[in-house]
Design a binder for this molecule. Structure first.
Ligand SMILES: [Zn+2]
Length: 218
């Protein structure tokens, strides 16, 4: 199982150039009605400011969500975005909505009409798919990229740690070589964090345990 990482990474890696979204399964190209603009600054992972005819507009990427700056992955998401679009001329593609409730332009952002930044962020594992109808044109494509990032453990997708068992047929302590029935008074004294749960006599032997003399398990 994969989970979206909630812990703060120990190191902040400098992301290598964001992988271009794979176009083998779902070839996509920007629709003809794109607007070419210059990126003035990168605000965070999924927001930029652009110059359109001398006026500044904030652009929020459609269909994706990156961690806020200050949250785990926020810096990395911003770096991926920065590498792709800083000071560049990019192409904006509209879906259905013009703006969000904050007045930001809602757009798909293309670099060289080949790399869609929204998709590249999902592919890098530093953005999650966030669908807000009616702007759903590339939803399936984004979900496909997200699945691949998740399986590959990219970005913030990490393999979850197996949860240690908290019950079983027998219990021992990781600090001793004796195992008990859980009801044994000695078993009850084992600190929860030191419990080693075992499910069969074969299990206990494999783990190097011997039976308690008091509760006398098999
Ligand atoms: Zn015992």
């Amino acid at each position: 199982m994969q989970v979206w990482q909630e812990v703060i990474p120990v190191t902040v890696p400098t992301p290598s150039p964001a992988p271009a979204p794979e176009t083998t399964t779902t070839p996509i190209v920007p629709s003809p009605q794109v607007t070419e603009v210059t990126v003035v600054r990168v605000i965070d992972g999924d927001t930029i400011e652009v110059d359109i005819g001398g006026k500044l507009y904030k652009v929020r990427y459609i269909g994706v969500d990156t961690p806020e700056v200050g949250q785990p992955g926020g810096t990395e998401a911003t770096s991926v975005n920065t590498e792709l679009v800083t000071s560049r001329v990019v192409q904006l593609e509209k879906d259905i909505s013009e703006t969000d409730r904050y007045g930001r332009l809602l757009r798909y952002v293309w670099v060289d009409e080949i790399i869609m930044v929204n998709a590249a962020l999902v592919a890098s594992g530093y953005a999650q798919v966030a669908t807000y109808p009616p702007d759903v044109k590339y939803q399936q494509y984004f979900l496909e990229l997200q699945r691949k990032a998740e399986v590959a453990g990219l970005g913030l997708w990490v393999v979850s740690q197996p949860i240690p068992a908290t019950e079983g047929v027998f219990v021992g302590s990781i600090n001793s070589d004796v195992y008990h029935y859980p009801a044994c008074e000695y078993a009850q004294r084992i600190n929860p964090e030191n419990q080693m749960w075992l499910n069969s006599p074969a299990d206990t032997i494999a783990q190097g345990y011997r039976p308690c003399k008091r509760c006398d398990p098999p």
